[in-house]
Design a protein around this ligand. Structure first.
Ligand code: NAI
Length: 253
């Protein structure tokens, strides 16, 4: 689906981003692997190389404007254009209620999850407009529309991404840049497995959470990657501004 396209993936060193990068490279895309953990991005690049794919690992903190600008420039230097971008890097804190949350903790999550996507879009769109267009997919979360207690900073950052996605779709369609979002349910990745298996407060929530995924299981990184691959491809050429749940029914109930 993505053969010969140049695709940027943020948070490519782990979980959903890693699975997406490997899938896109398997399609024959050239994939820029962006992660603040440069070693993890390099390890994914090696795996892609061993499977015969092409990739470029780049260390970058997506919440830092100068780093994002330099990183997108490096992709353009290497391959001359960007056809697709999966803006996926994100973090979560271990649940606190609003009165206990510090302003610094609030800002940390907003900076990475929301400002990070804004900064990536800023430089990606500038590049895409110069080369005839492209497609962007942002990772929000089912938590943006069906939130749980003690997730104010995370839910707010992810709800902000839905606005940013629609704003991008409304503004850049004419210049042939499409912007969509995916809203994953609970996907088994290092981010969530850490909590599921080591946080006793979270353990009590596992069964009710699983029941809300009416399909009867938690998600796999590849479930999200499949949806993103399609949204980035020319098959989704008339899809612009959608927020697509990939959540086994979580937000339907
Ligand atoms: P993960 O923790 O396995 O991977 C996240 C990657 O992003 C890591 O490699 C990390 O180094 C990188 N990263 C974090 N902050 C960064 C920054 N400032 N700059 C550059 N890279 C940074 O997490 P997972 O589960 O793969 O999550 C990916 C995205 O999916 C996140 O945005 C997360 O909020 C979202 N999501 C995940 C869900 C899940 O159940 N796993 C559910 C809904 C949304």
């Amino acid at each position: 689906m993505l053969k010969d396209k140049v695709v940027v993936v943020t948070g490519a060193g782990s979980g959903i981003g890693r699975a997406a990068a490997m899938m896109f490279a398997g399609d024959g895309a050239k994939v820029a692997l962006i992660d603040r953990n440069e070693d993890a991005a390099r390890a994914v690049s090696e795996e892609i190389g061993q499977a015969g794919g092409e990739s470029l690992p780049l260390g970058c903190d997506v919440s830092k404007e100068a780093e994002v600008e330099k990183t997108i420039d490096a992709v353009i230097q290497e391959w001359g254009r960007i056809d697709g971008a999966f803006n996926n890097a994100g973090i979560e804190l271990h649940s606190k209620s609003v009165p206990d949350l510090t302003a610094d903790e609030w800002r940390k999550v907003i900076d990475v999850n929301l400002t990070g996507i804004f900064l990536c879009m800023k430089f990606e769109i500038a590049a895409m407009r110069g080369t005839g267009g492209g497609a962007i997919v942002n990772t929000a979360s089912a938590g943006a529309i069906a939130t749980q207690p003690n997730m104010a900073e995370y839910a707010s950052s992810k709800a902000g991404i839905l606005g940013l996605t629609r704003a991008g779709a409304a503004e850049f369609g004419e210049t042939k840049v499409r912007v969509n979002a995916v809203l994953p349910g609970l996907i088994l990745t290092p981010m969530t497995e850490d909590r599921l298996f080591s946080d006793p407060n979270f353990a009590a929530a596992v069964d009710p959470l699983l029941r809300r995924h009416s399909i009867g299981r938690f998600g796999k990184p590849a479930d999200v990657a499949e949806a993103v691959r399609w949204l980035l491809s020319d098959h989704a050429g008339f899809i612009n501004g959608v927020s697509l749940p990939v959540d086994g029914g979580f937000t339907a109930g």
